[in-house]
Every structure is written in structure tokens, then in C-alpha cells.
Ligand binder design. Sequence first.
Ligand code: SF4
Ligand code: SF4
Length: 114
Amino acid sequence: MDAKNASRAEQPPSECARCPGHCCYGRPGAVLLITARDINRLARHFGITDQEVRRRYLKNRYTFKVGTDHACVFLATDRSSQRCTVYAARPDQCRRFPYGRPCPYLTRDHGKPS
Ligand code: SF4
Ligand code: SF4
């Protein structure tokens, strides 16, 4: 991907403003892969060590913990707001999704898990 397209892919689609954040829920077949760079970005964001980020927020070596509703540990899910609480320090995969294409969660039936 060239720089121009990479930049475009990191822009959130306009649909995100009206979406409850379907992509922030762990679903069968969907995996949020966390890299060492993502860990370090979060560590700097919180002012803690990489090791502490792993201890607090990772479910295993590769992905974040999720709540009982499968929401990412960083998704604020109060009644009035569903948003990423670490938006400025979110992982690369979150920045890139849906990779400059129409969001698949809005083109198929991807309701929240019950
Ligand atoms: S599911 Fe799609 S439209 Fe909704 S917040 Fe995620 S990327 Fe945006
Ligand atoms: S880090 Fe933020 S954008 Fe990424 S899945 Fe979690 S809540 Fe969503």
C-alpha cells in the first residue's frame, strides 16, 4: 500500500460516527492481534511499563481481555456512550480497520452478541 492509500485507510469511515462500535466486540472468527508496538504505545499513554500493560489488559500474549459482553477492555459501554477510551493510543489494527473498504459489520448481520 502506498503512503497516500495508507493514510486514507487510517481515516475512520464516516459510518463510525453512527455505529455503536461493532468492531470492538470479540466475535467468532474476529481476532484483534496486539503487537509489541501496540503494547509500548499503550504503556506510554498510561505512563506504565509494557509488562504492566500486558498484566492489566491482555488476555493472552496476542489480544486484549474482553468483558462478559465480549466488549474490548477499552470500550466504554455506558448507556450514553460506546467509545474507545484509548483512542489516541489504540492498536494499529484498530487504526486500519476496515482497511479503506466498506465496513463489513454494516453490510452483514453483525448484531451485538446477546
Ligand atoms: S464496526 Fe465499522 S462502522 Fe462501526 S465503528 Fe467499527 S469500523 Fe466503524
Ligand atoms: S482498543 Fe479501542 S478501537 Fe480497538 S477494539 Fe478496543 S475499544 Fe475498539
